[in-house]
Design a protein around this ligand. Structure first.
Ligand code: PLP
Length: 451
């Protein structure tokens, strides 16, 4: 039990919380930042400290923490009709309107939407849709899932199996049948003397060889984030999606774009797949979908999958899948407002307008000899720290240099995220020029303290 002298927020947090995705030595040493409220892109803690959150919560609070229109949309819908599901022949009016809106703003000419509570569940749901579909089409053995090393698709048993991170081995994951291909990060994984085009061609050849080796009839689908987010902000190598999409098509393997981070403006366009110029067969959405104001995810099927899946469902008369809060009317009302805010209130334009300024500011900071690579697009960027820039030698991970940079940033009033050896910036879309300068100045100061 906690003794009477340790009644602080930090001590209470430590006593009663099992921390997820948290470096415990840092917490033991520094305590937890217990957050009470937010204003615009800033958060405040129980000690009255103010931080500019360059992490947008967790990529998702794109309209800031107190957007009046989003709060109003939630309040109105709670007052009108607080909660319901989307099953048994019933569905809220908000859910109907949101599905219509999502298909309208999707890159698809027509489509169908299924709702979940999170991005992980949306990926799980998509895998189940593919298993269901292939089974119904007489190919029950078409079950393997292709993804990439370093990809992040979530934490449920299936989406964690899709995730290409070694830490999942502590759970005995991935499950059998989840195959990880090479991460399309040219700077890190390009071979000596290999051009970026040759690297991309090598990855495409690896994909085709894997399909042939495993058998196309055993592979249910290929999942990819347009830009890997939690892998450390990794844009695809040049021509990557143009090289792999025709191979997937040739072998009837659906290409699923996990747009949980990239969707709704993060890369400068509505969809990351637009930024990287490819047409997926389905889209996974979450996070920005509600601007972080409600936990919600969605699977958006493109025209071909919609038709095939609908036919399969008609044949057995029911799709036996869903969550208690699938299509929650408050979530849908917030999502409708969030889409409006991002697309029609200048947030998406703000990303486009300020992305070059952000890139230029980061490029200055990246002159630091301990920064090996600056990479990103739109409002998602990473600076990768290296011990030796010429040889790209990473720091000894035990020293966790990115953790030290992030902690120093926190001390200076800036929240940014350490990811592997990189420090990641993904600010809210409402950021002003002044706030961007504040973010860059604090990051620069932190780097100068650490190196
Ligand atoms: N997919 C991607 C690309 C993500 O970045 C995330 C979360 O960060 C997920 C899926 C999982 O979403 P959630 O944390 O809502 O389950």
């Amino acid at each position: 039990m906690r003794d009477a002298n340790s009644n602080s927020w930090e001590a209470r947090a430590e006593e009663y919380s099992l921390y997820g995705f948290t470096d415990l030595p840092s917490i033991h040493q520094r305590g937890t930042v217990v957050v009470t409220h937010g204003e615009g892109p800033y958060i405040f803690d129980t000690r009255g400290r103010k931080y500019l959150d360059a992490n947008s919560g967790l990529w998702n609070m794109v309209a800031g923490f107190d957007h009046p229109g989003l709060i109003q949309a939630a309040q109105d819908q709670y007052a009108r009709f607080p909660g319901y599901h989307a099953f048994f022949g019933r569905m809220s009016d908000q859910t109907v309107m949101l599905s219509e809106k999502l298909v309208e703003v999707s890159p698809f000419e027509s489509g169908k939407v299924f709702y979940t509570n999170s991005g992980s569940e949306a990926n799980d749901t998509m895998v189940k849709i593919l298993w269901f579909l292939h089974g119904a089409e007489g190919k029950p053995q078409k079950r393997k899932i292709l993804t990439r090393w370093n990809a992040y698709h979530g934490v449920t048993a299936v989406s964690a199996s899709m995730t290409g991170k070694p830490y999942n081995s502590v759970f005995g994951l991935p499950l059998p049948g989840f195959i990880h291909l090479t991460c399309p990060h040219y700077w890190r994984f390009g071979a000596e003397g290999e051009t970026e085009e040759q690297f991309t061609a090598r990855l495409a050849a690896e994909l085709e060889a894997t399909i042939i080796k495993e058998g196309a009839d055993t592979i249910a689908g290929f999942f990819a984030e347009p830009v890997m987010g939690a892998g450390g902000v990794i844009p695809p190598s040049k021509g990557y999606f143009q090289a792999i999409a025709p191979i997937l098509k040739k072998y009837d393997i659906p290409l699923i774009a996990d747009e949980v981070i990239c969707g709704f403006g993060r890369t400068g366009n509505t969809w990351g797949s637009q930024t990287y110029d490819f047409m997926p067969d389905a889209i996974i959405s979450s996070k920005n979908l509600t601007a972080g104001f409600f936990p919600m995810g969605a699977v958006i099927l493109g025209p071909e999958l919609s038709t095939r899946v609908q036919n399969a469902v008609e044949a057995i008369e029911e799709f036996p899948h869903g969550f208690t809060a699938s299509g929650h009317p408050v979530g849908c009302a917030i999502a409708l407002k969030a889409i409006d805010v991002v697309m029609n209130e200048g947030l998406a334009e703000n990303v486009q307008r300020l992305a070059p300024r952000l890139e230029a500011g980061l490029a200055q900071i990246a002159q630091n000899p301990n920064i090996g690579e600056l990479r990103g697009v739109g409002f998602m960027w990473a600076l990768e720290a290296v011990k030796d820039r010429a040889t790209k030698t990473p720091f000894d991970s035990a020293l966790s240099v990115s953790e030290r940079i992030a902690n120093t940033c926190t001390d200076l009033g800036l929240i940014c995220r350490p990811l592997g050896q990189s420090i990641v910036l993904c600010p809210p879309f409402i950021l002003t020029e002044g706030q961007m300068d504040e973010m860059l100045e604090k990051l620069d100061a932190a780097l100068k303290k650490v190196f």
